[in-house]
Design a protein around this ligand. Structure first.
Ligand code: MRU
Length: 355
């Protein structure tokens, strides 16, 4: 996607360096971070300089490539195995991160030139993810009719992927095709992925939108102001239960009550068939500072972190929740839109996923 007329990806690699759009300081500053080794890339993941399931997939794959490139030739696998564990320990919920590490590692392990193989496989995977997110956009755009108002939660746009987005990709394709759509972006406390990242993306693309407080969705639905909701996903269990950013579950319950179709958009890499239901999905607990403090710019344009809660109070900060499959109208994948149930996901597995 374009920023100031220039094409950008969220994450890319040049040799041993990984380049990442610094999402922590968007929308106030647009900066690129150059990570020179796998430890720096791990830190970029834990501090959420890069975040979003599909962007994490690329960042994790590239982190492992960095480890292969850094490893001493006489101790390659010890070095890489340690790096693999550290990358996998960065964030627990988005399955794409684990998918990427396993895919690159397994390919390298079965190759006579593991360092070269890791690079080829990582690039192949990232290219596939870009194609998948564009396809998700094309399938999802068929749901979007002229004049529709769509709500979305968190950031499931191109910043959360490498390009295009998952939930936002259909909106970009529909908008570029000339359909008049309006997007309500949930602000998504505590980190503001909606108010900071989704809103910034939509503005760049010229898609009409408004930021709404996290607790406004049900009210707008009750007034008939939301025609459809699309969210992304961090892990989809084999029965269709879906983990996504905290707050998604409340929206899905409200959508069901008010008869608003509620769609999840995700590539096949987000399905975790080892999880039989949402109960098997590990939910990340993040630090309380994300709730207690907010970062923004003051009148002078200076970036500041300020306390926004009662001093001395503690906070609890679950990063994700699980929406039961029965609340989901359909899952928009790169292979088409499927019902969120065991049979359809099994079918998808038989056709495309293998073991
Ligand atoms: O904690 P985050 O910002 O990594 O969480 C991201 C989400 O939950 C997104 O909705 C999800 O990854 C969408 S798919 C790009």
């Amino acid at each position: 996607m374009k920023v100031n007329g220039q094409d950008f990806k969220t994450v890319w690699r040049e040799g041993a360096s990984v380049f990442l759009i610094e999402q922590n300081i968007l929308p106030f500053e647009f900066k690129i971070f150059e990570s020179k080794n796998y430890i720096q890339t791990c830190l970029a993941i834990t501090t959420m300089l890069v975040r979003g399931a599909i962007a994490l997939e690329a960042a994790a794959a590239y982190a492992l490539v960095q480890a292969f490139l850094e490893a001493p030739t006489n101790d390659l696998w010890n070095y890489v195995d340690k790096a693999k564990k550290e990358i996998e320990a960065t964030r627990p919920t988005a399955v794409n991160l684990f998918y990427a590490v396993k895919r690159v590692y397994d390919t390298a392990k079965n190759s006579i030139d593991p360092v070269a193989a890791s690079q080829v496989e990582a690039e192949k995977m990232v290219a596939e993810s870009i194609t998948a997110t564009k396809k998700i956009g094309e399938y999802g755009a068929e749901l979007l009719k002229d004049g529709m108002n769509i709500e979305t939660h968190c950031n499931a746009g191109w910043l959360g992927c490498v390009d295009w987005g998952t939930a936002l990709s259909p909106m970009y394709i529909a908008h570029r095709a000339g359909k008049k759509i309006f997007v309500y972006a949930d602000e998504t406390r505590p980190r503001g992925q909606g108010s900071r990242l989704t809103a910034w993306e939509l503005q760049n693309e010229g898609v009409p939108h408004a930021i709404i407080p996290d607790n406004a969705g049900a009210h707008l639905m009750s007034q008939g102001k939301i025609d459809l909701m699309i969210v992304g996903a961090d892990r989809i269990a084999s029965n269709g239960d879906t983990a996504n950013k905290i707050g998604t579950l409340e929206k899905a319950i409200a959508a069901k009550y008010f008869g608003v179709p509620f769609y999840v958009a995700a590539p096949l890499a987000t399905f975790d068939l080892h999880c039989l239901s949402g109960k098997d999905i590990k939910i990340e607990e993040r630090g309380e500072d994300e709730v207690l403090f907010q970062t923004g710019v003051d009148e002078a344009g200076q970036l500041k972190k300020v306390l926004v809660c009662s001093p001395g109070s503690h906070a609890i900060n679950p990063g994700f929740d699980v929406t039961p499959a029965e609340l989901i109208s359909g899952i928009i994948t790169e292979k088409g839109i499927i019902p969120a149930n065991t049979e359809s996901i099994k079918q998808l597995q038989l056709l495309f996923l293998g073991d």
